[in-house]
Design a binder for this molecule. Structure first.
Ligand code: NDP
Ligand code: KPL
Length: 317
């Protein structure tokens, strides 16, 4: 495949901030962020990423447009359907679609709309946040990319890797992206959800501590459904890798589900615990800890929304 020269990004939030500075600097006017209405007006005032101002071309989701070589989708799951529709006018015959959402399903959903041959997998091993136009992400983080299998990588994957290298976006082509996505999913379910439910940062995960017991029980539930659903083995070594990542994480760091609750926003708990429960039901595997996470975090969302009768005003999000 030829060099990637044009790209569009929808979702200029925490994950969008990992791509926008490098793509804007490398592709110039060939890169644009898709946003309409009030969101576009807000983004036109500019954003700061890791302390540096970033400028980029903005484009409305409506009106005539040329297809681009690459479309990155970096919205939350509840905004994904709309975002998929809104990027339609940038998708041509040779466009690569790269949805970077957490969870197991975003590549399949993009494939349903535009054809699976256009979609590559991404898994964001980066912790980040975006608040009022100011994004911070860990520059040691990494974007893992590929087709389902990449030994050796095909031309589209090589073109994407080349673009990210030119743009200074840290990336790695994974030999087995399906395993990689399940391993990340195991991390999201087991790490994001206890932190969100308990209202504690990563520092709560230390060997033998209460939150760590919950985390390990959730890893076991994900491993069981991964085996049944996808034939993916999440091994003891994989769990040991997650342990190392968690124990070495900045203890003050807060996974995205907790950040969402702190800001009174909807969370992606359905993408995590909801998915584990659905797969558990499908394969006859009990997932009681995921059920507690789903119901508990839904209750916190209701608390934030002020829809729990009797809740004092001061306790709302
Ligand atoms: N944050 C993290 O550390 C990580 C997040 N992820 C995953 O990445 C995905 C994105 O998360 P994250 O970046 O944190 O989320 P954010 O909420 O920070 O960013 C999402 C952005 O998408 C924008 N958006 C939503 N709908 C549209 C639309 N129709 N057109 C244009 N822009 C739109 C939102 O704008 P507005 O605010 O105006 O609605 C917001 O700026 C999620 O699936 C998350 O789980 C993965 C790894 C780490
Ligand atoms: C930060 C990270 C990578 C932790 O698993 C994440 O995916 C999230 O918070 O949603």
């Amino acid at each position: 495949m030829r060099e990637i020269r044009t790209a569009a990004l929808i979702g200029m939030g925490a994950m969008g901030a990992v791509f926008a500075p490098g793509l804007s600097a490398t592709l110039g006017d060939g890169f644009r962020v898709v946003a309409g209405g009030a969101r576009k007006a807000r983004l036109a005032r500019g954003v700061t990423v890791n302390g540096a101002p970033v400028t980029f071309r903005l484009t409305e989701p409506e009106g005539p447009a040329e297809p681009v070589d690459l479309v990155i989708l970096a919205v939350k799951d509840y905004a994904y359907r709309e975002a998929l529709e809104q990027v339609g006018r940038f998708v041509g015959e040779d466009t690569i679609l790269l949805p970077v959402l957490n969870g197991l399903d975003c590549a399949r959903q993009a494939g349903e709309v535009y054809g699976p041959e256009k979609v590559l997998y991404a898994s964001m091993w980066v912790d980040a946040s975006m608040e009022n136009g100011t994004a911070v992400y860990n520059p040691r983080g990494m974007v893992r990319i590929g087709e389902a299998r990449n030994d050796p990588p095909g031309p589209r994957v090589l073109a994407l890797e080349d673009l990210f290298r030119r743009a200074g976006v840290r990336c790695r082509v994974e030999p087995d992206m399906i395993h990689c996505i399940w391993l990340k999913f195991m991390g999201n379910v087991s790490e994001n959800l206890p932190c969100a439910l308990l209202g504690v940062p990563y520092g709560a995960y230390r060997e033998g501590w209460p939150a760590d017991g919950i985390r390990r029980a959730l890893m076991a539930e994900v491993a069981a459904v991964a085996r049944a659903e996808a034939g993916v083995e999440l091994t003891e070594e994989d769990m040991a890798l997650r342990n190392r990542i968690v124990y070495n994480q900045d203890p003050a760091s807060r996974p995205s589900t907790l950040q969402d609750l702190d800001r009174g926003r909807q969370t992606e708990v359905g993408l995590f615990a909801g998915a584990v429960m659905r797969l558990g039901e499908k394969h006859g595997i009990p997932t009681p800890v995921s059920a507690v996470m789903l119901q508990g975090i839904r209750a916190l969302e209701a608390k934030n929304a002020g829809t729990i009768p009797g809740l004092p005003e001061a306790a709302r999000g």
